[in-house]
Design a protein around this ligand. Structure first.
Ligand SMILES: Cc1cc2nc3c(=O)[nH]c(=O)nc-3n(C[C@H](O)[C@H](O)[C@H](O)COP(=O)(O)OP(=O)(O)OC[C@H]3O[C@@H](n4cnc5c(N)ncnc54)[C@H](O)[C@@H]3O)c2cc1C
Length: 395
């Protein structure tokens, strides 16, 4: 029975659980338990106030997940499936907590882990792995979103410092960050990643949280102004020397976001299924109406296909056979389908689907962010289209 499945290990129609290893199940169950005990009962007031739930987020350090795939330096050293399961389970609960984790562990630690020297990894990763230091990732600019490869922020060498000028926008965790990886171009136009430490206390840095955001309201995104900001030369990430290098971080980010979309959709479906079985109209549970069952089947099928895509992507990473276009197809499909699933779940729950106390409304707005960040759906389409045709349709 699906009911039992949902209660035990989450919706899993194609029995993906049977392909997991014991350590995957243990990790999945511990993240799920954290979501049930710490996230779901507490998140809604933070979401309504658009306030970062620091106490909840700090409890993530009790889980063996920080640093994701990074091995050593205090990091979790997860395999790709384990990392995906973490994103999936967090996202089933709440998108703001997921993004706090994704930005800190995936994008900020990921940049240092993939592109830093050993010395730089040693310097920053252990403190980030136990959340003594929080990280952020500053790529997007007010005038450079989808074409962030053309960043306008500059990093000009001056003695033993780089002088940074420019602006960044939408940067998650920025106002609480101990370090932000700032992407900029040097005097010769070369792309680079520069670790800005103690940003809120650094001269020339102004961080302003964006107000009135309708999705992922419990994580704060900021506009950053950088005005003659001095960063020591040893803070330039040693192996971050081109937009392709930044792309290595983003490809894994998109893999994680595909799992995130699947998790948010699964959360919506599970809430809607439970609701449909308990809500009575015309003298019987609404789950007994064909039109409701049709929506439930559609949601269940889409969630299952998303799960399959995620698992296969994970297998391809393990096999060393993954690439940018595959990550983009995963993100493209899952973000788009998650949006549809969330709307159907909302419909099944009628008016109650509009109340955040029933969780689906919050997940629905989380999915709007998933649809846009780490490359919009159009950008993912163009990447896959370029792979299929060999023709670049970006410009
Ligand atoms: C909540 C949230 C959190 C974020 N967190 C971070 C973060 O931590 N760090 C960070 O660096 N960035 C972050 N971002 C930025 C995010 O990656 C960008 O919003 C995204 O890349 C899109 O850029 P844009 O919003 O400027 O839209 P634009 O690039 O201006 O796009 C507007 C529209 O035009 C379309 N479009 C653009 N170019 C083309 C084209 N060539 N062909 C067809 N259509 C096109 C887009 O798909 C979109 O529909 C975040 C964004 C959000 C909303």
């Amino acid at each position: 029975m699906i009911n039992e499945q949902v209660e035990q290990s989450g919706f899993d129609f194609l029995k993906m659980d049977t392909f997991l290893m014991d350590h995957h199940r243990e990790l999945r169950d511990s993240v799920r338990a954290f979501v049930q005990s710490d996230v779901l009962p507490n998140i809604n007031p933070y979401w309504e106030r658009a306030e970062f739930p620091r106490e909840i987020a700090m409890k993530l350090k009790g889980l063996p997940i920080m640093g994701g795939l990074i091995r050593g330096f205090g990091s979790a050293g997860l395999d790709p499936i384990a990392m995906g399961l973490v994103m999936y389970e967090l996202s089933k609960g709440d998108g703001s907590i997921t993004t706090f984790y994704g930005v800190h562990s995936g994008l900020a630690m990921g940049s240092i882990g993939l592109l830093g020297s050993n010395e730089q990894r040693e310097r920053w990763l252990p403190a980030m792995a136990n959340l003594e230091k929080i990280g952020a990732f500053g790529l997007t600019e007010p005038e450079r979103g989808s074409n962030a490869v053309d960043v306008q922020t500059t990093a000009i060498r001056d003695g033993d410092h780089f002088v940074i000028n420019g602006a960044k926008r939408w940067i998650g965790n920025a106002s609480i960050a101990d370090l932000i990886v700032i992407w900029a171009r040097d005097e010769e136009g070369r792309f680079g990643g520069y670790v800005l430490e103690n940003p809120s206390q650094t001269e020339g840095v102004t961080i302003t949280d964006l107000q009135g955001k309708i999705g992922k309201r419990a994580i704060l995104n900021a506009q950053i102004e950088l005005n003659n900001v001095r960063i020591p030369v040893e803070n330039k990430l040693e192996k971050a020397n081109s937009s392709r290098d930044a792309g290595k971080v983003l490809v894994l980010g998109r893999y994680g976001v595909a799992w995130e979309a699947a998790g948010a959709a699964a959360g919506c479906f599970e809430h809607a299924l439970e609701y449909a079985k308990n809500r009575e109209q015309f003298g019987k549970p609404i789950a007994g109406f064909q039109l409701i069952q049709q929506k439930l089947v559609e949601m269940a099928t889409e969630v299952t296909l998303m799960q399959l895509l995620c698992f296969q992507m994970g297998n391809l990473i393990v096999a060393g056979n993954f690439n940018e276009a595959i990550a983009s197809m995963g993100k493209y499909n899952n973000a788009r389908k998650a949006r549809q699933v969330a709307l159907m779940a909302r419909e099944v729950m009628g008016g109650n689907g509009l109340l955040i106390e029933n969780h689906v409304a919050r997940l629905l707005t989380d999915i709007e962010v998933i649809y846009t960040y780490e490359g919009t759906n159009e950008v993912q389409t163009l990447i896959v289209g370029r792979e299929l045709t060999g023709i670049n349709a970006f410009v």
